[in-house]
Design a protein around this ligand. Structure first.
Ligand code: TXA
Ligand code: MG
Length: 330
């Protein structure tokens, strides 16, 4: 059963809330990527998420809430700076790591003393949270280590029957995951760059963020290879993309290219070329779909260049670097 973009299908939402109440798994759209949700207070239901994704149990999940007023049940305390960020950025692509409250299933936090929480800005996600009226633990709805899904079709391709119900809310608007901020200490720090930029966070806080190394929070799930397509990803300087593509293509491999806008007119000798949009927002929105497309077109290698690291470019560059990271079995 699916919810089509446009009008929200309240029957589908009610049915999805029923699946969650029964301990099942519901994939749902958020503004960042699709999530694979379970009742965040039900340890057995949360355990099914890890099974469906093939994700190690030590990698904690994000608890999604309908509004900041629901935080009380899920976290121990909300420091003033965390409240400021929640007020400004929720609903939106910001996840706050706070000391965990009693209500959250231990399975969702991977045994940590903290919990990650966020209020997503997507009408279907908010309708589901409102109908379920409780916290939904959800990682991105992909197999462990692979590219996050930004459409319902991606979710079905990744997880198939492992998910009880998929709510279809159309393509995700932001396209990269939420920014994760450790807000347990005096000075917040970014644990994962994402849809809310460092510049936006610092403007609201009125001061620089702490560097993550000084954060007391252990950062789990930071495997070197993550967000990776099947094809090997090779990163080079933007001016070398075209030459590197040609060089690798000549070795007999099928090369896919993410072509920077500055080189849009270049003739590229490669198997498949995606011309990147000039706007960082459009690049972020399309990034995972571009990587999936190059996989689907049979590329063995993807040549790309990380964008300049400002604004949303930081999150895009982070995902490309992780996609290019060493793989355990490749
Ligand atoms: O945009 C998003 O954040 C999407 C949508 C579905 O909300 N979710 C998402 O979840 O990206 P996931 O599981 O793929 O990534 C969540 C990351 C984990 O890899 C982990 O590093 C971090 O959140 N995390 C969760 N709980 C944490 C905690 N207590 N302390 C530090 N990091 C935590
Ligand atoms: Mg993920």
């Amino acid at each position: 059963m699916t919810v089509r973009p446009g009008d929200i299908d309240t029957l589908a939402i009610d049915r999805a809330a029923g699946v969650l109440r029964g301990g099942g798994l519901v994939a749902f759209p958020t503004e960042t990527v699709y999530g694979l949700g379970a009742n965040a207070a039900d340890g057995a239901a949360v355990a099914r998420i890890f099974q469906a994704k093939g994700r190690p149990p030590s990698h904690p999940l994000i608890v999604h809430l309908g509004g900041a007023e629901q935080l009380g049940d899920w976290v121990e305390e909300v420091p003033a700076r965390a409240r400021l960020l929640a007020e400004r950025f929720w609903p939106g692509p910001l996840t706050l790591v706070l000391r965990r409250g009693r209500r959250v299933a231990l399975e969702a936090t991977g045994g940590l003393e903290t919990v990650a929480v966020r209020v997503p800005a997507h009408p279907v996600a908010l309708a589901l949270l409102s109908a379920f009226d409780d916290g939904i633990a959800a990682p991105s709805a992909n197999r462990f280590g692979s590219v996050s899904p930004t459409t319902a079709a991606h979710v079905r391709a990744e997880l198939g029957d492992a998910v009880d119900l998929v709510l279809d809310g159309g393509p995700c608007h932001v396209g990269v995951e939420s920014t994760i901020v450790d807000a347990t200490g005096d000075i917040p720090s970014v644990l994962r760059p994402g849809g809310v930029t460092r510049e936006d966070l610092e403007a609201v806080l009125g001061r620089p963020l702490a560097v993550p190394a000084t954060s007391p929070v252990r950062v789990p799930g930071q495997h070197p290879s993550h967000y990776a397509p099947r094809a090997r990803v090779v990163l080079v300087e933007p001016e070398n993309v075209v030459a590197e593509a040609e060089r690798v293509q000549e070795t007999g491999r099928q090369v896919g290219v993410l072509l920077p806008p500055a080189f849009a007119d270049a003739e590229v000798k490669a198997h498949a070329v995606v011309a990147l949009p000039a706007s960082m927002a459009a690049y972020a929105r399309g990034l995972y779909a571009f990587l999936r497309e190059l996989d689907q077109r049979g590329c063995d290698v993807i040549i790309a260049s990380p964008p300049a690291e400002q604004g949303l470019g930081v999150a895009i560059a982070n995902r490309l670097r992780r996609a290019a990271g060493p793989r355990p079995s490749a």
